[in-house]
Design a protein around this ligand. Structure first.
Ligand code: FMN
Length: 191
């Protein structure tokens, strides 16, 4: 397992990898249990648990890909076979994909916005936990997160939304960092 001299180093160095840069072996069942337990440990106003997880592993990734490819073909009937194959392979690029699903809904006390934020926190905790276990991860949505036919095929209820498909695997190589915002541009002091 990758070790960090201090937990802050994990957070300081974390960055996403592309799905194709994530190779096997993926998380073991025990690793996955750890990852999802940590992803569930996030601030949640009202304890509504306004999120859930769908795990795609092995053949399940390709089966979901069939739904993505079918929706793609319905939108673009003239698509080339290689384009359709690319769509079919979407969730099969990394060894493991976890869909974080938002279950946010109107509530008498807790604003829906806060439920959505909690779901984002779950996705981010999942990404950070994957890095802490020595995996690479990336949080993506892409067009199929917003396609009703795909959401139906994946079992999402009408009010549920994809917060993200978190792809997890072994980093093939260390990624280059990307520019980060200068704090001077985003921090103000209220006086
Ligand atoms: C909600 C959400 C959805 C995203 N969807 C995509 C996507 O569909 N495709 C993509 O290339 N990146 C997407 N990203 C960005 C990736 O997570 C990207 O890898 C990340 O911004 C890289 O920054 P990092 O190295 O700090 O993780 C998304 C990010 C968020 C928060």
């Amino acid at each position: 397992m990758q070790t960090f001299s201090h937990p802050i180093e994990l957070l300081r160095t974390r960055r996403s990898l592309k799905p194709v840069e994530l190779t096997g072996p993926g998380p073991s069942p025990a690793d996955l249990d750890t990852l999802l337990t940590i992803a569930s440990r996030v601030p949640d106003h009202g304890k509504l648990i306004p999120w859930r997880f769908v795990v795609f592993e092995g053949d399940g990734r390709r089966k979901a890909g069939e739904a993505i490819a079918a929706a793609f073909l319905a939108k673009y009937p003239d698509a080339k076979p290689e384009q359709v194959e690319f769509e079919r392979n979407r969730l099969a690029r990394a060894p493991l994909v976890v869909a974080v699903v938002s279950r946010a809904a109107p509530h008498v006390k807790i604003p829906e916005w806060e439920q959505v934020l909690s779901s984002g926190a779950a996705a981010m905790s999942l990404v950070v936990a994957a890095h802490a276990l020595g995996f690479g991860a990336t949080w993506i949505t892409e067009w199929y997160s917003y396609d009703r036919a795909v959401l139906d095929a994946l079992g999402l209820a009408p009010h549920e939304k994809i917060t993200g498909f978190v792809h997890i695997g072994r980093p093939a190589q260390a990624p280059e960092d990307r520019p980060r915002p200068a704090l001077a541009d985003i921090v103000t002091r209220f006086k």
